[in-house]
Design a protein around this ligand. Structure first.
Ligand code: HEC
Length: 435
């Protein structure tokens, strides 16, 4: 098994050309600045604020995931050079899927014209311009990216993780919903961003989570692999880089009548920026539900394609792992979410159609554990019964992998801890027979 490098995917030629172009544009802008300042030198008020609002401020604002805000002139000026560097290298905005395949909703890509404007602005000394040119400031509804949810459900009690190591803990959440409800999306508000690495939300039709919680003296109960209750299904989650996204009107995610929810919270010993987490502080996270109203035409299922039986040998820089499943009936694929841990190097997901053709669903050439996502297609993909959906992952367990959790490297097998490995491709799907 090998990765085919389609044209356009990180083609070094194209990149070089782009960089040359970008530096040419910025030089040109600086040179002409004296003569035609009004026309050529970008200012914060006129151009830069608009680029930042559209592409950066959703994360770079007080209280969100980025380490500093970029929502005012003073804050942006302070970081002007870093903005130039991070956008030219395309480190920012963070967006992992290769351009080769899949057009996704909410793709975070800056145009080369915008990159050139940011560079020219930094090179010109980050001028403010005329404040009357500023766009209206973005409105954020409290801490919820999509605005106030229809219902907010919070962990019954705060929980304080006892140690600074990886820990998975599940918390039952009562919904009070006596009839089936349908979600267009859900969002999670971590109670303590320094502690919470990610959250997965499941339905719990059997009420098993409440019993497990009652049997444990602390709030919640330990859970690895999943919530450990019968008939649970994952309905959404939150993690570094995952932004909530509303589903198209005709589909929804079902919460069965009288079902509870379970929040599986991964408390990481270190925050995802590598800073030590605050010890002995509490977390009380919330989930926000956005309803669609009546039962939609189709129900979304999250189907996981998993290889749960592999181990990556120490010092192996290119260890390949694959998994696949065959669709029993025709289906529509709405999105995908590949998942690996720290040894992950690259990953792709494909649909092998019965006619022999292959549709690449997603390819991530440079895996970054800190930026995971549910990637929703601009246009869903219809596939016939008998299509093989596959995930193909490559791991780097050599000392050259800067994220390798072990020095020296050691055998790493499948598990839930960040320092274990996983090979999962989640497919967000509706089945033609409505199952
Ligand atoms: C999805 C959230 C998100 C978006 C959108 C985003 N950033 Fe960031 N940014 C982060 C986070 C988190 C960090 C710190 C961790 C990291 O570097 O990955 C960061 C770090 C940075 C840094 C510091 C990089 C370094 O290591 O020196 C700069 C500069 C930056 N962002 C600029 C931008 C600009 C400019 C944009 C828009 C064009 C942008 N970011 C969009 C989340 C985001």
């Amino acid at each position: 098994m090998s990765f085919t490098n389609s044209p356009g995917c990180y083609d070094p030629g194209v990149l070089t050309l782009l960089l040359i172009l970008v530096s040419w544009i910025s030089t040109e802008a600086t040179v002409s600045a004296g003569a035609q300042e009004q026309v050529h030198t970008p200012t914060f008020s006129r151009e830069v604020s608009r680029i930042l609002e559209q592409n950066c401020v959703s994360c770079h604002r007080p209280g969100d995931i980025a380490p500093f805000a970029l929502d005012t002139y003073e804050r942006a000026r302070e970081h002007a050079t870093a903005i130039k560097m991070a956008t030219r290298s395309r480190q920012m905005p963070p967006w992992m899927p290769s351009e080769c395949c899949g057009t996704f909703k909410g793709a975070r890509r800056l145009s080369s014209a915008d990159i050139a404007v940011l560079s020219a602005w930094a090179d010109a000394g980050a001028p403010e311009g005329d404040a009357r040119d500023l766009p209206p400031p973005l409105k954020f509804d409290g801490r919820w990216t999509l605005g106030t949810p229809d219902r907010v459900l919070t962990m019954a009690e705060p929980f304080t993780p006892v140690s600074a190591v990886d820990m998975y803990r599940c918390f039952p959440i009562r919904t009070g919903l006596t009839s089936p409800a349908y979600l267009s999306t859900l969002d999670v508000q971590p109670g303590n961003r320094a502690l919470v690495h990610h959250v997965a939300v499941y339905t719990d039709p059997s009420g098993g989570a409440e019993r497990l919680d009652a049997a444990d003296p602390q709030p919640g109960y330990p859970c690895f692999g999943g919530p450990g209750v019968a008939n649970a299904s994952m309905i959404g989650g939150w993690g570094p880089g995952i932004r909530p996204m509303t589903l198209p009107r005709e589909v929804g995610v079902e919460i069965p009548a009288n079902a509870g929810l379970v929040m599986q919270v991964h408390y990481a010993g270190r925050s995802h920026h590598g800073a030590p987490s605050a010890a002995a502080t509490a977390d009380q996270s919330s989930v926000g539900l956005y309803f669609v109203g009546d039962r939609p035409a189709q129900l979304i299922r999250y189907v996981s394609i998993v290889n749960a039986e592999f181990a990556v040998p120490a010092n192996e820089p290119n260890y390949e792992v694959a998994a696949s499943m065959r669709t029993p009936v025709a289906a529509r694929i709405w999105g995908v979410a590949p998942h690996m841990h720290l040894l992950g190097k690259r990953i792709r997901m494909d649909a092998h159609l019965p006619d022999g053709s292959i549709r690449r669903l997603i390819e991530i050439e440079r895996w970054n554990f800190n930026w995971q996502g549910f990637y929703m297609f601009d246009q869903p993909l219809d596939i016939p019964a008998g299509t093989e959906l596959s995930v193909a992952a490559v791991y780097d367990n050599s000392p050259a992998n800067p994220h390798n959790p072990n020095t020296p490297p050691k055998l790493v097998s499948v598990g839930e801890a960040t320092t274990d490995e996983m090979c999962v491709g989640v497919v967000i799907i509706t089945w033609a027979d409505g199952r």
